[in-house]
Ligand binder design. Structure first.
Ligand code: SF4
Ligand code: SF4
Length: 220
């Protein structure tokens, strides 16, 4: 059986899957990459383009615009290459709501499906980090949802689902979720903000949050 992988290849090619570098056409010596720098590429170079991750991704299934794990793992492969000069261009391509890195729902299906154990979700997480390092993470609902765990953990040592939604969508945006919140409350799945429990290890958690706090939104 042969399947039509046209959509897979189209997205694969969208992310400029090649090294973008100023090449000396008559080099006098090899362009060496240190073992430490090569490690940054991680196992991302071993992709065999089988498409297993892509066709098992539920986010692709419900949103045909989503680039999917293979193209995003490939984006990371070239962005992590010290010889490459196209990192910001590629991040610009994958940093859109609706098609890019913020549309991954972190289900880990891609990691389970990959026969080469490339951990595409791990590469997508590293692309999230790159957008912050490059000052390209916009202050929008998708990015706030990704970083909104921090204030809740810093305050309670636990995730407050309601606060995460309010942090991501704002005080007005949260109103549309009230009917679902009431249902969840009745089933004991969430608690009122004033009843939110606190972790016993708050001192340690506070220190860890401070150490790990490097996130900055664009322009802030
Ligand atoms: S973790 Fe993200 S990319 Fe991987 S299968 Fe789930 S939604 Fe798709
Ligand atoms: S499953 Fe693994 S090897 Fe196959 S396309 Fe995805 S990342 Fe590449």
């Amino acid at each position: 059986m042969v399947i039509d992988k046209g959509d897979f290849w189209k997205k694969y090619n969208t992310v400029q899957p090649f090294l973008k570098a100023t090449i000396d056409e008559s080099p006098q010596k090899e362009n060496l990459v240190s073992p430490e720098d090569a490690e940054e590429i991680d196992e991302a170079d071993y992709c065999i383009q089988c498409g297993n991750c892509y066709y098992s991704c539920p986010a692709v299934n419900v949103n045909p615009d989503y680039l999917g794990p293979a193209a995003l793992a490939l984006t990371y492969r070239f962005n992590a290459d010290v010889r490459d000069e196209g990192k910001r261009d590629r991040l610009d391509t994958v940093n859109h709501i609706g098609s890019g890195i913020w549309d991954c729902v972190k289900c880990f299906e891609c990691a389970e499906a990959c026969p080469k154990e490339l951990d595409p979700i791990g590469k997508i997480t590293k692309l999230h980090q790159q957008t912050f390092q490059e000052g390209m993470a916009a202050d929008n609902v998708a990015v706030r949802h990704a970083v909104g765990f921090k204030p809740s953990i810093a305050k309670h040592g636990l995730l407050d689902e309601g606060e995460l939604v309010r942090y991501s969508e704002g005080n007005i945006g949260v109103l549309k979720h009230v009917p679902v919140a009431i249902k969840m409350f009745k089933k004991g799945k969430i608690v009122m903000p004033w009843n939110m429990p606190k972790s016993k290890n708050m001192d340690e958690i506070t220190k860890l949050v401070e150490i790990a706090s490097t996130v900055k939104f664009k322009g802030k």
